[in-house]
Design a protein around this ligand. Structure first.
Ligand code: PLP
Length: 390
Protein backbone atom coordinates (compact mmCIF):
# COMPACT_ATOMS: atom_id res chain seq x y z
CA UNK A 1 0.00 0.00 0.00
CA UNK A 2 1.19 3.53 -0.69
CA UNK A 3 1.19 6.39 1.81
CA UNK A 4 -2.33 7.54 1.01
CA UNK A 5 -3.79 4.03 1.22
CA UNK A 6 -2.01 3.34 4.52
CA UNK A 7 -3.27 6.64 5.91
CA UNK A 8 -6.85 5.81 4.95
CA UNK A 9 -6.58 2.35 6.46
CA UNK A 10 -4.74 3.08 9.69
CA UNK A 11 -5.11 6.74 10.70
CA UNK A 12 -8.27 8.05 12.38
CA UNK A 13 -10.03 10.32 9.97
CA UNK A 14 -9.91 13.58 12.00
CA UNK A 15 -8.79 15.71 9.05
CA UNK A 16 -9.95 16.03 5.46
CA UNK A 17 -6.73 15.91 3.43
CA UNK A 18 -5.72 17.38 0.11
CA UNK A 19 -4.65 14.63 -2.30
CA UNK A 20 -0.92 15.23 -1.79
CA UNK A 21 1.75 13.31 0.17
CA UNK A 22 4.59 15.71 0.92
CA UNK A 23 8.02 14.16 1.12
CA UNK A 24 10.58 16.95 1.45
CA UNK A 25 11.04 20.68 1.25
CA UNK A 26 13.46 23.56 1.15
CA UNK A 27 12.55 27.18 1.89
CA UNK A 28 9.04 27.84 0.58
CA UNK A 29 9.09 24.86 -1.79
CA UNK A 30 7.72 21.41 -0.96
CA UNK A 31 7.96 18.26 -3.07
CA UNK A 32 5.50 15.39 -3.12
CA UNK A 33 6.28 11.68 -3.45
CA UNK A 34 6.17 11.93 -7.25
CA UNK A 35 8.70 14.78 -7.21
CA UNK A 36 6.11 17.43 -8.03
CA UNK A 37 6.92 20.93 -6.76
CA UNK A 38 4.62 23.16 -4.68
CA UNK A 39 4.97 26.73 -3.47
CA UNK A 40 3.86 26.72 0.17
CA UNK A 41 2.16 29.80 1.60
CA UNK A 42 0.66 27.91 4.54
CA UNK A 43 3.87 26.78 6.29
CA UNK A 44 2.06 23.91 8.00
CA UNK A 45 -0.47 26.40 9.50
CA UNK A 46 2.10 28.99 10.50
CA UNK A 47 4.55 26.49 11.97
CA UNK A 48 7.55 26.46 9.63
CA UNK A 49 8.40 30.10 10.33
CA UNK A 50 11.74 29.89 8.50
CA UNK A 51 10.38 27.63 5.77
CA UNK A 52 11.38 24.01 5.19
CA UNK A 53 14.73 22.82 6.49
CA UNK A 54 16.47 26.16 6.98
CA UNK A 55 20.21 25.38 7.17
CA UNK A 56 20.85 27.09 10.51
CA UNK A 57 17.77 25.54 12.07
CA UNK A 58 18.68 22.02 10.86
CA UNK A 59 22.18 22.47 12.30
CA UNK A 60 20.90 23.68 15.69
CA UNK A 61 18.40 20.83 15.97
CA UNK A 62 20.67 18.00 14.77
CA UNK A 63 23.56 19.17 16.94
CA UNK A 64 21.31 19.17 19.99
CA UNK A 65 19.90 15.73 19.09
CA UNK A 66 23.48 14.44 19.07
CA UNK A 67 24.26 15.97 22.50
CA UNK A 68 21.27 15.16 24.71
CA UNK A 69 17.80 14.52 23.35
CA UNK A 70 15.63 14.65 26.47
CA UNK A 71 15.98 15.70 30.08
CA UNK A 72 13.23 15.26 32.65
CA UNK A 73 12.02 18.46 34.23
CA UNK A 74 13.71 17.42 37.48
CA UNK A 75 17.00 18.63 35.99
CA UNK A 76 18.15 21.96 34.60
CA UNK A 77 18.33 22.36 30.82
CA UNK A 78 20.56 24.87 29.02
CA UNK A 79 18.35 25.12 25.91
CA UNK A 80 15.14 25.69 27.91
CA UNK A 81 16.79 28.28 30.17
CA UNK A 82 18.13 30.18 27.16
CA UNK A 83 14.75 30.09 25.41
CA UNK A 84 12.94 31.40 28.51
CA UNK A 85 15.50 34.18 28.89
CA UNK A 86 15.07 35.33 25.28
CA UNK A 87 11.26 35.28 25.52
CA UNK A 88 11.38 37.41 28.71
CA UNK A 89 14.14 39.78 27.61
CA UNK A 90 12.29 40.58 24.36
CA UNK A 91 9.00 41.31 26.21
CA UNK A 92 7.74 42.66 29.56
CA UNK A 93 7.05 39.12 30.82
CA UNK A 94 9.09 37.70 33.70
CA UNK A 95 8.50 33.93 33.64
CA UNK A 96 7.73 31.12 31.19
CA UNK A 97 6.08 27.71 31.52
CA UNK A 98 6.71 25.37 28.58
CA UNK A 99 4.24 23.05 26.86
CA UNK A 100 4.12 20.93 23.69
CA UNK A 101 1.32 22.61 21.76
CA UNK A 102 -0.97 25.61 21.59
CA UNK A 103 -3.84 23.92 23.38
CA UNK A 104 -1.54 22.87 26.21
CA UNK A 105 -0.07 26.36 26.51
CA UNK A 106 -3.66 27.64 26.81
CA UNK A 107 -4.44 25.00 29.46
CA UNK A 108 -1.50 26.38 31.42
CA UNK A 109 -2.74 29.97 31.01
CA UNK A 110 -6.22 28.98 32.21
CA UNK A 111 -4.81 27.15 35.26
CA UNK A 112 -2.53 30.09 36.01
CA UNK A 113 -5.31 32.69 35.85
CA UNK A 114 -7.64 30.53 37.93
CA UNK A 115 -5.05 29.79 40.62
CA UNK A 116 -4.10 33.47 40.91
CA UNK A 117 -7.76 34.21 41.52
CA UNK A 118 -8.20 31.24 43.87
CA UNK A 119 -5.21 32.26 46.00
CA UNK A 120 -6.44 35.83 46.34
CA UNK A 121 -10.24 35.60 46.23
CA UNK A 122 -11.23 31.97 46.81
CA UNK A 123 -12.69 29.15 44.73
CA UNK A 124 -15.88 30.88 43.53
CA UNK A 125 -14.07 33.42 41.37
CA UNK A 126 -13.14 31.26 38.38
CA UNK A 127 -15.03 32.36 35.27
CA UNK A 128 -13.21 33.26 32.07
CA UNK A 129 -14.69 35.42 29.34
CA UNK A 130 -13.63 34.59 25.76
CA UNK A 131 -14.98 35.85 22.43
CA UNK A 132 -17.35 34.45 19.85
CA UNK A 133 -15.53 33.11 16.76
CA UNK A 134 -12.41 32.45 18.82
CA UNK A 135 -10.32 29.29 18.65
CA UNK A 136 -8.19 28.08 21.54
CA UNK A 137 -7.58 24.38 20.95
CA UNK A 138 -9.01 20.85 20.94
CA UNK A 139 -8.65 19.63 24.52
CA UNK A 140 -11.90 19.43 26.46
CA UNK A 141 -11.14 22.66 28.34
CA UNK A 142 -9.84 24.66 25.37
CA UNK A 143 -12.91 23.55 23.39
CA UNK A 144 -14.93 25.15 26.19
CA UNK A 145 -12.81 28.28 25.89
CA UNK A 146 -13.49 28.36 22.13
CA UNK A 147 -16.48 30.63 21.49
CA UNK A 148 -18.10 28.68 18.65
CA UNK A 149 -21.17 26.51 19.29
CA UNK A 150 -20.19 23.83 16.77
CA UNK A 151 -17.14 23.01 18.93
CA UNK A 152 -19.39 22.31 21.93
CA UNK A 153 -20.72 18.99 20.79
CA UNK A 154 -20.31 15.23 21.40
CA UNK A 155 -17.76 15.35 24.21
CA UNK A 156 -19.95 16.26 27.17
CA UNK A 157 -19.52 17.26 29.90
CA UNK A 158 -17.34 20.23 28.94
CA UNK A 159 -15.29 22.25 31.42
CA UNK A 160 -17.47 24.81 33.17
CA UNK A 161 -16.75 28.46 33.73
CA UNK A 162 -16.52 30.00 30.25
CA UNK A 163 -18.69 32.86 28.98
CA UNK A 164 -18.63 34.31 25.49
CA UNK A 165 -18.70 37.98 24.62
CA UNK A 166 -18.83 39.63 21.21
CA UNK A 167 -15.59 40.77 19.62
CA UNK A 168 -15.28 44.57 19.32
CA UNK A 169 -18.21 45.12 21.67
CA UNK A 170 -16.89 46.18 25.06
CA UNK A 171 -20.40 46.44 26.51
CA UNK A 172 -21.00 42.76 25.80
CA UNK A 173 -17.85 41.97 27.82
CA UNK A 174 -18.82 44.31 30.65
CA UNK A 175 -22.25 42.67 30.83
CA UNK A 176 -20.58 39.34 31.65
CA UNK A 177 -18.18 40.59 34.34
CA UNK A 178 -19.37 39.58 37.82
CA UNK A 179 -17.68 38.84 41.14
CA UNK A 180 -17.07 35.36 39.70
CA UNK A 181 -14.95 36.53 36.76
CA UNK A 182 -11.19 35.94 36.90
CA UNK A 183 -9.88 36.45 33.37
CA UNK A 184 -10.51 37.53 29.79
CA UNK A 185 -9.05 35.43 26.95
CA UNK A 186 -8.67 36.80 23.41
CA UNK A 187 -6.77 36.45 20.14
CA UNK A 188 -5.85 39.91 18.84
CA UNK A 189 -6.47 38.45 15.38
CA UNK A 190 -8.87 35.54 15.33
CA UNK A 191 -7.11 33.11 13.01
CA UNK A 192 -9.32 30.05 12.62
CA UNK A 193 -12.36 32.31 13.13
CA UNK A 194 -11.71 34.06 9.80
CA UNK A 195 -8.70 36.39 10.23
CA UNK A 196 -10.76 38.91 12.22
CA UNK A 197 -8.53 41.72 13.42
CA UNK A 198 -9.84 43.17 16.70
CA UNK A 199 -10.06 46.96 16.92
CA UNK A 200 -7.38 48.74 18.92
CA UNK A 201 -10.00 50.64 20.93
CA UNK A 202 -11.66 47.39 21.98
CA UNK A 203 -8.38 45.74 23.04
CA UNK A 204 -7.35 48.83 25.00
CA UNK A 205 -10.77 49.01 26.67
CA UNK A 206 -10.36 45.33 27.64
CA UNK A 207 -7.03 46.14 29.26
CA UNK A 208 -8.68 48.92 31.30
CA UNK A 209 -11.58 46.68 32.27
CA UNK A 210 -9.20 43.95 33.43
CA UNK A 211 -7.19 46.46 35.48
CA UNK A 212 -10.35 47.78 37.10
CA UNK A 213 -11.47 44.31 38.29
CA UNK A 214 -8.09 42.59 38.76
CA UNK A 215 -8.84 40.18 35.90
CA UNK A 216 -5.96 38.49 34.06
CA UNK A 217 -5.88 39.52 30.42
CA UNK A 218 -4.75 36.45 28.47
CA UNK A 219 -3.76 36.87 24.82
CA UNK A 220 -3.60 33.66 22.78
CA UNK A 221 -0.65 34.29 20.42
CA UNK A 222 -0.46 30.68 19.22
CA UNK A 223 -1.05 31.73 15.60
CA UNK A 224 -0.20 35.46 15.75
CA UNK A 225 3.06 35.24 17.72
CA UNK A 226 6.73 34.84 16.76
CA UNK A 227 6.90 37.56 14.14
CA UNK A 228 3.82 36.57 12.12
CA UNK A 229 2.30 40.09 12.20
CA UNK A 230 5.53 42.08 11.87
CA UNK A 231 5.98 42.33 15.65
CA UNK A 232 7.43 39.58 17.81
CA UNK A 233 3.95 39.31 19.39
CA UNK A 234 0.73 40.64 17.91
CA UNK A 235 -0.40 42.46 21.10
CA UNK A 236 2.44 44.95 20.45
CA UNK A 237 0.35 46.28 17.53
CA UNK A 238 -2.39 47.19 20.02
CA UNK A 239 -0.32 49.18 22.55
CA UNK A 240 -1.24 47.01 25.51
CA UNK A 241 0.62 44.66 27.84
CA UNK A 242 -1.28 41.43 28.58
CA UNK A 243 -0.82 39.61 31.92
CA UNK A 244 -0.42 36.26 30.19
CA UNK A 245 0.27 35.18 26.61
CA UNK A 246 0.56 31.78 24.99
CA UNK A 247 2.49 30.85 21.89
CA UNK A 248 3.25 27.67 19.98
CA UNK A 249 2.89 27.20 16.20
CA UNK A 250 5.81 29.25 14.81
CA UNK A 251 7.97 29.05 17.93
CA UNK A 252 9.79 25.79 17.22
CA UNK A 253 10.16 26.34 13.47
CA UNK A 254 8.55 22.93 12.87
CA UNK A 255 9.01 21.12 16.17
CA UNK A 256 6.27 20.84 18.82
CA UNK A 257 6.74 23.45 21.53
CA UNK A 258 4.35 25.78 23.33
CA UNK A 259 4.92 28.40 25.95
CA UNK A 260 2.87 30.34 28.48
CA UNK A 261 4.42 33.65 29.51
CA UNK A 262 3.29 35.77 32.46
CA UNK A 263 4.11 39.09 34.07
CA UNK A 264 5.47 39.80 37.54
CA UNK A 265 2.02 39.72 39.16
CA UNK A 266 1.56 36.04 38.27
CA UNK A 267 5.11 34.71 38.24
CA UNK A 268 4.94 32.80 41.56
CA UNK A 269 1.42 31.40 41.24
CA UNK A 270 2.32 27.98 39.81
CA UNK A 271 4.47 26.04 42.27
CA UNK A 272 5.81 22.44 42.26
CA UNK A 273 3.13 19.81 41.56
CA UNK A 274 0.57 22.34 40.25
CA UNK A 275 1.49 21.92 36.58
CA UNK A 276 3.85 19.99 34.33
CA UNK A 277 4.39 17.86 31.26
CA UNK A 278 6.91 15.10 30.56
CA UNK A 279 8.01 16.36 27.15
CA UNK A 280 7.69 20.12 27.75
CA UNK A 281 10.95 22.09 27.42
CA UNK A 282 12.55 19.25 25.45
CA UNK A 283 16.12 20.34 24.58
CA UNK A 284 15.89 19.48 20.86
CA UNK A 285 12.70 21.49 20.30
CA UNK A 286 14.08 24.30 22.46
CA UNK A 287 17.24 24.35 20.34
CA UNK A 288 15.00 24.77 17.27
CA UNK A 289 13.08 27.57 19.01
CA UNK A 290 16.28 29.30 20.11
CA UNK A 291 17.42 29.31 16.50
CA UNK A 292 14.06 30.66 15.28
CA UNK A 293 14.21 33.53 17.78
CA UNK A 294 17.83 34.31 16.89
CA UNK A 295 16.52 35.13 13.40
CA UNK A 296 13.01 36.47 14.05
CA UNK A 297 13.44 38.54 17.24
CA UNK A 298 15.21 41.28 15.33
CA UNK A 299 13.68 44.65 14.41
CA UNK A 300 14.98 44.63 10.86
CA UNK A 301 13.63 41.14 10.20
CA UNK A 302 10.25 42.05 11.74
CA UNK A 303 9.98 45.28 9.71
CA UNK A 304 10.61 43.23 6.60
CA UNK A 305 7.73 40.87 7.54
CA UNK A 306 5.44 43.90 7.85
CA UNK A 307 6.65 45.22 4.45
CA UNK A 308 6.09 41.87 2.76
CA UNK A 309 2.58 41.81 4.21
CA UNK A 310 1.77 45.21 2.67
CA UNK A 311 3.33 44.19 -0.65
CA UNK A 312 1.28 40.99 -0.73
CA UNK A 313 -1.93 42.79 0.17
CA UNK A 314 -1.49 45.34 -2.65
CA UNK A 315 -0.89 42.58 -5.18
CA UNK A 316 -3.83 40.49 -3.97
CA UNK A 317 -6.20 43.45 -4.18
CA UNK A 318 -5.37 43.78 -7.90
CA UNK A 319 -6.70 40.30 -8.61
CA UNK A 320 -10.10 40.28 -10.23
CA UNK A 321 -12.24 38.10 -7.97
CA UNK A 322 -10.72 39.26 -4.69
CA UNK A 323 -13.20 41.31 -2.68
CA UNK A 324 -11.06 42.33 0.30
CA UNK A 325 -7.85 41.43 2.11
CA UNK A 326 -7.40 41.45 5.89
CA UNK A 327 -3.85 41.24 7.18
CA UNK A 328 -1.28 42.27 9.69
CA UNK A 329 2.14 41.30 8.36
CA UNK A 330 2.07 37.80 6.89
CA UNK A 331 -1.18 36.70 8.54
CA UNK A 332 -3.49 37.18 5.60
CA UNK A 333 -7.19 36.53 4.99
CA UNK A 334 -8.56 36.86 1.46
CA UNK A 335 -12.27 37.39 0.90
CA UNK A 336 -13.39 36.28 -2.54
CA UNK A 337 -16.18 37.95 -4.52
CA UNK A 338 -17.99 34.87 -5.77
CA UNK A 339 -15.87 31.75 -5.76
CA UNK A 340 -15.93 29.31 -2.83
CA UNK A 341 -12.68 29.53 -0.86
CA UNK A 342 -12.52 25.78 -0.23
CA UNK A 343 -12.90 24.96 -3.94
CA UNK A 344 -10.28 27.52 -4.85
CA UNK A 345 -7.85 26.26 -2.19
CA UNK A 346 -8.19 22.71 -3.56
CA UNK A 347 -7.65 23.94 -7.14
CA UNK A 348 -4.63 26.01 -6.03
CA UNK A 349 -3.09 22.86 -4.58
CA UNK A 350 -3.65 21.10 -7.92
CA UNK A 351 -1.96 24.10 -9.55
CA UNK A 352 1.06 23.90 -7.25
CA UNK A 353 0.19 26.40 -4.50
CA UNK A 354 -0.33 25.16 -0.92
CA UNK A 355 -2.85 27.56 0.60
CA UNK A 356 -5.40 27.14 3.40
CA UNK A 357 -8.76 28.57 4.40
CA UNK A 358 -10.34 30.17 7.48
CA UNK A 359 -14.14 30.04 7.54
CA UNK A 360 -15.17 31.45 4.13
CA UNK A 361 -11.80 33.11 3.45
CA UNK A 362 -8.60 31.95 1.80
CA UNK A 363 -5.74 32.24 4.27
CA UNK A 364 -2.02 32.68 3.73
CA UNK A 365 0.53 32.15 6.52
CA UNK A 366 3.72 31.93 4.44
CA UNK A 367 7.13 31.31 5.93
CA UNK A 368 8.40 34.65 7.31
CA UNK A 369 11.45 34.22 5.07
CA UNK A 370 9.44 34.13 1.82
CA UNK A 371 10.93 36.26 -0.96
CA UNK A 372 9.14 38.95 -3.00
CA UNK A 373 9.55 36.77 -6.10
CA UNK A 374 7.82 33.91 -4.30
CA UNK A 375 5.01 36.23 -3.19
CA UNK A 376 4.61 37.28 -6.87
CA UNK A 377 4.44 33.66 -7.92
CA UNK A 378 1.85 32.82 -5.26
CA UNK A 379 -0.32 35.72 -6.41
CA UNK A 380 0.07 34.63 -10.03
CA UNK A 381 -1.03 31.04 -9.30
CA UNK A 382 -4.01 32.29 -7.27
CA UNK A 383 -4.95 34.74 -10.05
CA UNK A 384 -4.74 32.00 -12.69
CA UNK A 385 -6.74 29.61 -10.55
CA UNK A 386 -9.51 32.15 -9.99
CA UNK A 387 -9.46 32.94 -13.72
CA UNK A 388 -9.69 29.27 -14.65
CA UNK A 389 -12.95 29.30 -12.62
CA UNK A 390 -14.74 31.72 -14.98
C1 PLP B 1 -3.72 26.45 16.41
C2 PLP B 1 -4.24 27.26 17.54
C3 PLP B 1 -4.40 26.70 18.83
C4 PLP B 1 -4.17 25.24 19.09
O1 PLP B 1 -2.83 24.87 18.96
P1 PLP B 1 -2.44 23.31 18.87
O2 PLP B 1 -0.94 23.34 18.80
O3 PLP B 1 -3.10 22.76 17.65
O4 PLP B 1 -2.94 22.69 20.11
C5 PLP B 1 -4.81 27.53 19.84
N1 PLP B 1 -5.05 28.83 19.63
C6 PLP B 1 -4.91 29.40 18.43
C7 PLP B 1 -5.19 30.85 18.27
C8 PLP B 1 -4.52 28.64 17.33
O5 PLP B 1 -4.42 29.19 16.12
Amino acid sequence: MNTKELDKKYIMHTYGRYDVALKKGKGCTAYDEDGREYLDVSSGIGVNSLGYCDDGWVKAVTEQAGKIQHISNYFYSEQASELARTLCEKTHFTKVCFANSGAEANECAIKLARKYSFDKYGSQRNEIISLTDSFHGRTVTTLSATGQDNFHNYFFPFTEGFKYAEADNIDSVKALVTDKTCAVLIECIQGEGGVNILSKDFVKALRELCDEHDLSLIVDEVQTGIGRTGKLFCYENFDIEPDIITCAKGLGGGLPVGACLCNKKLEDVLQPSTHGSTFAANPVVCAGANYVLSVVADDEFLNEVAKKGEYLKDKLLKIDGVKSVRNLGLMVGIELKKADAHDIAAKCVENGLLIITAKSLLRMLPPLTITYEELDKAVEILDNTLHQED
